[in-house]
Design a protein around this ligand. Structure first.
Ligand SMILES: Nc1nc2c(ncn2[C@@H]2O[C@H](COP(=O)(O)OP(=O)(O)O)[C@@H](O)[C@H]2O)c(=O)[nH]1
Ligand SMILES: [Mg+2]
Ligand SMILES: [Zn+2]
Length: 271
């Protein structure tokens, strides 16, 4: 079912509009069909216009991480995966800047995520490696791009659709310093079909997570550990100090990646 709301344009900036409707603010984009043939700089709407809007929620989170230090951290990846599953959004992992890294090493590091059934993309916005795969992932979907600042989120969207010309950090630093300091999310409609919300970082991500970190929910992102936890002696085992903990035993036997184990304990507020 499609919900259609009536709202008022509060702010128009480039390709996106802030619309007020029913006590809420929405970041909106003009549908591709209406936009066709117009330069991206043309404002189709003005502040004060009444509009119909169709709210959509993200179906998938493309978690972008750079393949190089200091960004490449599996603990960070686990946090993002966990938050997206909690937000009922499917995580897709995108390792960008692969042109700067030892690809074989990165692919080995990522094996565990692939084995768990997560789609993993290896991309370079610079050389366009993997961009076709990203296009396939984004086509026809409503996606949110998350990841630390500087990992290449805006560059990737530009690689998918160059005419969007989203500002990237390099531009910001070199030419526009101090001018485009807003860190608002940008919603764009793709010509290939679908929409992407380019977020400036983890802060935006908090919008669609409810804050509660239920132990059971956290376990969703650690299925290989969850399976074992049924064999723990205690039903409410925290897998830290308890005797007869099947999880700890598996870690000791090398059957569970110790880093994954540590990330799980950290996410559950343990130590
Ligand atoms: N070498 C290389 N540099 C990239 C790649 N993707 C983005 N960059 C550069 O990384 C910087 C940050 O990119 P940006 O798209 O602004 O990152 P964002 O903050 O995640 O949106 C820019 O200088 C980009 O040119 C890539 O795949 N390879
Ligand atoms: Mg950006
Ligand atoms: Zn246990």
């Amino acid at each position: 079912m499609i919900t259609i709301l009536i709202g008022k344009v509060l702010r128009a900036s480039g390709v996106q509009y802030h619309v007020y409707s029913g006590g809420q603010h929405y970041i909106c984009t003009v549908r591709g069909k209406l936009r066709k043939g117009l330069a991206t700089t043309t404002n189709l709407l003005s502040v004060g216009d009444d509009v119909y809007i169709t709210p959509v929620s993200a179906e998938q989170a493309v978690i972008v991480m750079a393949a190089i230090a200091p960004d490449f951290k599996k603990s960070r990846l686990d946090r993002y995966c966990e938050a997206s599953l909690r937000g009922k959004v499917k995580p897709v992992i995108c390792i960008n800047k692969i042109d700067l890294a030892d690809e074989e090493f990165i692919r080995r590091e990522m094996q565990i995520y692939e084995k768990l059934g997560n789609p993993v993309l290896y991309t370079s916005a610079r050389t366009r490696q993997g961009i076709d795969n990203l296009v396939d992932i984004l086509r026809g979907n409503v996606s949110v791009l998350v990841g630390s600042s500087g990992v290449g989120k805006s560059s990737l969207i530009n690689a998918v659709q160059p005419d969007l010309a989203l500002k990237t950090n390099a531009l910001r630093e070199n030419f526009l310093k101090g001018r485009h300091t807003t860190t608002s999310a940008e919603l764009v409609t793709l010509d290939i079909g679908g929409m992407v919300l380019d977020t400036p970082g983890l802060r935006e991500f908090a919008l669609w997570q409810d804050g509660s970190s239920d132990a059971q929910d956290v376990m969703l992102s650690f299925p290989e550990i969850e399976r074992l936890s049924h064999y723990c002696r205690f039903r409410n085992c925290t897998h830290q100090h308890e005797p007869g903990c099947a999880v700890k035993q598996a870690v000791e036997r090398g059957e569970i990646d110790p880093a994954r184990y540590r990330n799980l304990i950290k996410l559950r507020g343990g130590h």
